[in-house]
Ligand binder design. Structure first.
Ligand SMILES: Cc1cc2nc3c(=O)[nH]c(=O)nc-3n(C[C@H](O)[C@H](O)[C@H](O)COP(=O)(O)OP(=O)(O)OC[C@H]3O[C@@H](n4cnc5c(N)ncnc54)[C@H](O)[C@@H]3O)c2cc1C
Length: 465
């Protein structure tokens, strides 16, 4: 740390899944990269998480799939239960199969691969405190090292991959990076990893991750049951943020007590965390800065999965940094390509799923039981929505559902309205302007869709728009 007077091309804050990938791909292309994390090196990857990740991201990045120590188990598909547990949709799609990982081992692998790729300096136990600006351009960071105190790191570009509680996001000067983020767009989680040492309780459906939609037990979120192996499970729940103080009680009563039947168990890990469940920030970039992963609200709003998008965004940030450094232009104008990459790909999917999430969160258990039991959405339709953000229901398909005796016409009409709005917003996102000057018009179109949905279908919970 003492030799920090040198200027890096990129300083990456946070060596989690997003930061490790950004550092790796930037270093691989020869950029002078500094990676910092507030954790001790051996603790990197230690995160309260469901630990589920799809296999697709590893093919997309052309990196090794989890194996050996970092792989807890392979997952074939998802089982989704109605609140009364009478309907189970089993969704199997080879493209969406994946893994439950051992989070520390997985995190350690990603950080080791970043260092092997040529990251110049890695400082653990080092916390980013403050963005340094020269005029309206980010030029580095003030940091505090556990052993060496406060110092400054200078860089052409900073990548903020410091997670949901990023201390840097609120310091960004550019107004396009939102600061008034609503709590209604985040979910509070609590989870434990429970082992059965005496092997007297077998984990249920060990090749599936199981989700239970239930507005009583997990208001606004869901209960999850993710196997790690036949004798170990990651179980938890997510609820609205205003259940703070009650989340652990809900977990104990509705998750632990209902799923852990063996008197002999060992809690391997226990804790809470927060995940955003909305579209990405309006802009995930500023002059000299990009926000990757949770710090940029790049999490799937339907299920809260953020490992895949953080890694995807890590690659996009590395690519944008490489291009910017090649021409010596680190302005927002030049880094805008990072926004374009995000918004036209998973951003489009997430904006669309954000609308679905807002509707799902206000459905009652009765409506969920009814809708699922009557095949309002089938397994294939749900898989398609999850993968693309589109509801591929033709009018004929809707009519067929109506004829099949779907008596709740309000729900059917709401679904049709939602379908139109979801497809509309995904289309708008896919046309995210490559010219920053066209952003305001584009944003107006997006806001209009949210306003329409709010007016027509749901009771708003003060989401940030
Ligand atoms: C309970 C829960 C369950 C989840 N389950 C899943 C799941 O099953 N599947 C899935 O895909 N996603 C899941 N997620 C979401 C997922 O964990 C995150 O989206 C993902 O880890 C985001 O990665 P990231 O790199 O952006 O941030 P993080 O993984 O949070 O990494 C941030 C890094 O930055 C470091 N850091 C923080 N502040 C500073 C600072 N000031 N200076 C320096 N370093 C700093 C941290 O130590 C950390 O290493 C879950 C989240 C929660 C809370």
């Amino acid at each position: 740390m003492s030799g920090t007077s040198e200027e890096y091309d990129v300083v990456v804050v946070g060596a989690g899944t997003g930061g490790a990938i950004a550092a790796r791909f930037a270093a691989e292309k020869g950029l002078k990269v500094c990676l910092i994390d507030s954790k001790e090196r051996s603790q990197i990857g230690n995160k309260i998480c469901g630990d589920g990740v799809g296999s697709e991201i590893f093919d997309f990045l052309k990196i090794n799939h989890p194996k050996g120590e970092e792989l807890a188990c392979n997952i074939t598909g998802v089982k989704m239960y109605s609140p009364n547990l009478q309907k189970c949709l089993t969704m199997i799609d080879p493209k969406q199969a994946g893994y439950v990982v051992n989070r520390i081992e997985f995190g350690q692998r990603l950080v080791n691969e970043a260092l092997d790729a040529g990251v110049k300096d890695f400082f653990d136990n080092t916390m980013a405190l403050k963005l340094l600006y020269k005029g309206d351009m980010v030029t580095g960071l003030k940091v505090k090292s556990k052993h060496e105190g406060v110092s400054e790191l200078r860089s052409k570009i900073v990548v903020d991959a410091s997670g949901y509680y990023s201390p840097l996001r609120n310091q960004v000067k550019h107004p396009m990076v939102e600061k008034d983020l609503s709590k209604a767009d985040s979910i509070l989680c609590f989870r434990e990893i429970v082992n059965f040492p005496k092997k007297d309780q077998l984990v249920k459906d060990p090749e599936y991750i199981t989700i239970v939609l239930d507005q009583k037990r997990a208001p606004g979120g869901y209960v999850w049951y993710f196997p790690k192996n036949e004798y170990s499970v990651n179980i938890g729940l997510g609820v609205f943020m205003d259940y703070k103080g009650k989340v652990k009680d809900y977990y104990q009563k509705y998750v632990f007590n209902e799923y852990i039947k063996s008197p002999n168990y060992e809690i391997e890990s226990s804790g809470g965390g927060v995940v955003s469940v909305r579209r990405p920030l309006w802009s995930c970039a500023e002059n000299g800065l990009m926000l990757v992963g949770d710090s940029g609200y790049q999490v799937n709003p339907l299920h809260g999965g953020g490992i895949d998008p953080s890694m995807r965004a890590g690659l996009y940030a590395a690519n944008a940094a490489i291009d910017a450094i090649e021409v010596g232009d680190y302005s927002l104008n030049k880094l805008w390509a990072f926004n374009t990459d995000i918004m036209t790909t998973f951003g489009a999917q997430f904006a669309s799923l954000d609308l679905l999430r807002m509707v799902l969160q206000v459905l009652t258990n009765e409506e969920l039981n009814f809708g699922l039991s009557k095949d309002l959405l089938t397994e294939d339709e749900i898989l398609n929505i999850a993968e693309t953000g589109h509801i591929n229901l033709s009018i004929m398909n809707m009519v067929t559902k109506a004829i099949k005796g779907f008596s709740n016409t309000k729900l059917l009409l709401d679904l049709n309205y939602l379908r139109i709005r979801m497809n509309e917003i995904a289309k708008i996102y896919r046309k995210f302007p490559s010219d920053i000057n066209k952003f305001a018009d584009w944003k107006n179109k997006v806001v209009q869709v949210y306003n329409n949905l709010n007016k027509m279908v749901i009771h708003p919970r003060n989401h940030s728009r």
